[in-house]
Design a protein around this ligand. Structure first.
Ligand code: TRP
Length: 332
C-alpha cells in the first residue's frame, strides 16, 4: 500500500503559488494514493502566532483544501495538534537525529537569521517533527517542493538510523514525489521573487479568496516590460515577468510553456494579460466561491477536522505502540 503524507502550515492566506505549486497536485494524487493532508499547527508555532489568527487560519486553509477538491471522506484531513502521537514521536526523533544533521538545515539558517540565539528551540527541531508526521503513518511518498527537499532527506536519515540502531525494518524510507513541471509562481510585482503571503504588496499575489474583479485587476497591473512576448524559452533571459506570466498561463491551462509561447509569442502583453485574466478567473472563480461558502460554515469545517483527527489517531495509535515496544518503553 502506498500512503502519502503532506503538510501545510495554517498561516496566512493561500495564494496562487500555493495552489499551483502544491494543492492542485495533492488533488490529483487522490486517485492513486491513500492520502493524509495535515494542517501543521505544531510547526506553525515554531514562530510566534497570534492565537486567534492561528485558529481562524486553520479553518481557512482547510476550507481552501476542500474548495480545491480534496475529498475528506476518501482521504484524511486533520490538524496536527489533535493527534498527540506526532509530538510524542518527535521527542523520540529528537533523540535519534544528531545536532550535526540539524546544523546543516538551510531553512533554519534563513528563518533564524542573524538572531540565532533568539530563535525558538522548536524552529531548530522542526525537521524532527516533520519526520514524526511522515513516519507515524509509515507513509511511503511525500510530495515536496524545492524548499522541503533537504528536510525530506533528513527524514530519510532518521528513518534509516532508527531502523539500524534498533535492528528493525519498522519504518519505510519515504520517497519524495516530484510532480511534473515544477510550477514556481513568482510575484506579480517582481518576477525574480517568489509569490509570498508575507509580501507587503497585495498586488504581488493572487489570493485564493480574491474575487473575479480583483484577480483581473491584479493581472492587468502585473509588472511587464515594453518588448513583445518572447517566441522561445531563450527569450525569457532577463525577462522574469514574461517567464512568470507565461508559466502561470501554462499551469492554469494545463499545457506546456512551449505551447503558450507558440500561441502568444510575438504578441503584446496587453492582449495576453486579458486572456490570462479570463483563464485565471475561470479556474479560480469556482474555488473562490466554494471557499467563501465553507468559511461561512465553520461548524462543517470543524466537523471535517474532527473526523480526520479521529481517523488519524486510529492509525497512529497502534504504530506508536509498536515504536514504543521497539525503543524499550515499558507498556504495563
Ligand atoms: N515543512 C513543510 C512546509 O513548511 C510542512 C510540513 C510539515 C510537511 N510536515 C510535513 C510537508 C510532512 C510534507 C510532509 O511546507
Amino acid at each position: 500500500m502506498n500512503r502519502i503524507f503532506s503538510g501545510v502550515q495554517p498561516t496566512g492566506n493561500l495564494h496562487l503559488g500555493n495552489y499551483l505549486g502544491a494543492i492542485r497536485n495533492w488533488v490529483r494524487l487522490q486517485d492513486d494514493y491513500e492520502c493524509m493532508f495535515c494542517l501543521v499547527d505544531l510547526h506553525a508555532i515554531t514562530v510566534w502566532q497570534d492565537p486567534v489568527a492561528l485558529r481562524s487560519n486553520t479553518r481557512e486553509v482547510t476550507a481552501g483544501l476542500l474548495a480545491a477538491g480534496i475529498d475528506p471522506k476518501k482521504h484524511i484531513v486533520f490538524n496536527q495538534s489533535q493527534v498527540p502521537c506526532h509530538a510524542e514521536l518527535a521527542w523520540i526523533f529528537n533523540c535519534v537525529a544528531r545536532l550535526g544533521w540539524l546544523n546543516r538545515m538551510t531553512q533554519f539558517k534563513e528563518k533564524a537569521g542573524k538572531n540565532r540565539e533568539k530563535a525558538s528551540v522548536g524552529l531548530y527541531a522542526y525537521p524532527n517533527l516533520m519526520a514524526a508526521d511522515i513516519l507515524l503513518y509509515k507513509a511511503t511518498h511525500v510530495p515536496v517542493g524545492e524548499d522541503q527537499k533537504q528536510h525530506l532527506e533528513l527524514v530519510r536519515d532518521i528513518a534509516t538510523k532508527f531502523n539500524n540502531d534498533f535492528g528493525t525494518a519498522l519504518f519505510p524510507v519515504p520517497e519524495p514525489l516530484i510532480l511534473g513541471e515544477a510550477t514556481r509562481v513568482m510575484s506579480l510585482r517582481d518576477g525574480s521573487n517568489k509569490m509570498s503571503k508575507s509580501d507587503p504588496s497585495d498586488l504581488s499575489r493572487i489570493n485564493m479568496t480574491d474575487d473575479a474583479d480583483t484577480i483581473a485587476k491584479k493581472i492587468r497591473k502585473a509588472k511587464t516590460d515594453p518588448e513583445p512576448l518572447p517566441t522561445s524559452q531563450e527569450g525569457f533571459k532577463g525577462r522574469p515577468e514574461a517567464a512568470n506570466l507565461m508559466g502561470i498561463y501554462a499551469a492554469l491551462s494545463d499545457t506546456s510553456v512551449n505551447d503558450v509561447l507558440n500561441k502568444f509569442g510575438g504578441g503584446q502583453f496587453s492582449t495576453f494579460k486579458q486572456k490570462l485574466a479570463d483563464l485565471a478567473v475561470s479556474v479560480l472563480g469556482p474555488i473562490d466561491s466554494e471557499m467563501r461558502r465553507l468559511t461561512g460554515d465553520p461548524a462543517y469545517v470543524d466537523s471535517v477536522l474532527k473526523d480526520g483527527a479521529d481517523r488519524a489517531n486510529a492509525i497512529a495509535g497502534p504504530i506508536l505502540a509498536e515504536i514504543q515496544e521497539v525503543v524499550g518503553f515499558l507498556r504495563p
